[in-house]
Design a protein around this ligand. Structure first.
Ligand SMILES: Cc1cc2nc3c(=O)[nH]c(=O)nc-3n(C[C@H](O)[C@H](O)[C@H](O)COP(=O)(O)O)c2cc1C
Length: 193
């Protein structure tokens, strides 16, 4: 984690703009049990204040924990963590603690105490749930305000992903379905026509 640096919140949307598969972390406010699951469906929805939306099915334990605690973490896994991403998206934390089962090192976030993975991620966002009961019930969509963000400066620096120059094992993952992923590729910078 020595390469992690705070990300200016005005750049938080850039962490999710390109649609990486993410890991959603959460904690039971009563038992303090922790959890992590994979999510392919997340997006920024506002620049300032920085807000995001994630789609979490009612069957996921994560959904219950976020609605009970009012908080969640978003960790962006690296290409080297494809197996772990698929694994935590294939079993429920209701049955077994995934942090122990998959030997995942983590720390608690400073403000909301959501778990943040200490290995295999390029960025973290700490989010406070913005309760929208209708959207949650009807569309399984949860909105959150990003209250802090950090990223590995070797792959995200000054609001930009460094896919042209960084180590490809640090690239983001994008789910195709069925456990297949592509990793982020060549940057194309649009020029004025
Ligand atoms: C790559 C990948 C992406 C996934 N994306 C989502 C998603 O966007 N939303 C969702 O509700 N479930 C998604 N899942 C399924 C959950 O991760 C899965 O149901 C998980 O076991 C829930 O864990 P939990 O019960 O511990 O919360 C995905 C699974 C994988 C492997």
């Amino acid at each position: 984690m020595s390469h992690f640096r705070p990300v200016d919140l005005k750049h938080a949307s850039r962490l999710l703009n390109h649609g990486p598969t993410v890991l959603i972390t959460s904690r039971d406010p009563l038992s303090q049990k922790r959890n992590v699951m994979a999510a392919a469906w997340s997006t920024p929805v506002e620049f300032a204040p920085p807000r995001v939306a994630i789609v979490i099915d009612k069957s996921a334990w994560t959904r219950e924990l976020i609605e009970a605690s009012g908080a969640f973490g978003i960790c962006i896994p690296t290409a080297a963590s494809a197996d772990l991403t698929y694994a935590v998206g294939s079993v429920s934390g209701r049955e077994e603690d995934k942090f122990s089962r998959f030997s995942i090192p983590y720390r608690d976030s400073q403000t909301l105490s959501v778990p943040l993975l200490e290995e295999g991620c390029s960025a973290w966002l700490e989010c406070r749930l913005l309760p929208e009961v209708g959207a949650q019930q009807k569309y399984d969509t949860l909105f959150g305000e990003v209250i802090s963000a950090s990223a590995d400066e070797r792959i995200f620096n000054r609001g930009r992903w460094l896919f042209d120059s960084a180590d490809p094992t640090l690239f983001t993952l994008h789910h195709l379905g069925g456990g297949g992923f592509v990793s982020a590729g060549r940057i194309i910078t649009a020029k004025p026509l």
